[in-house]
Write a protein that binds this ligand. Sequence first.
Ligand code: THU
Length: 130
Amino acid sequence: MSHDLFLAAKAAMQKAHAPYSRFPVGAALRTEDGRIFAGANIEVASFPEGWCAETTALAHYVMGGGGAIAEIAVIAERMPGVTPCGGCRQRLAEFADPDTKLHLCDQNGVVATVTMGEMLPFGFAGDTLK
Ligand code: THU
């Protein structure tokens, strides 16, 4: 994995707005053409209205023009090797491929690498909805 991607995820985590859970998360994704988009979780006093780091990163990615995703990194301050929640697996799968690499990180770097297909087996795909 490019070290830049890890650093982007970690820097994003440091911008988390997580005053309620105190569980800062950062996510970053790199497109095939080398652009990096990152995001942090953003919590809201009405708890269900907050959202995850992966979702913020995807919003930046879509607004930045989208494109093929090469790899994704996720990091949480208090959970080495944090994995995306179920909803974020579905959101990431919307734009990534089953063979897209997902790097699970701790404060020093990658602790495990899996594919999106491993992270979301038998996922619901929107192909037939188009
Ligand atoms: N969180 C993420 O940002 N990404 C995940 O994949 C797991 C959970 C956030 C949501 C909430 O702000 C905090 O972590 C605790 O659940």
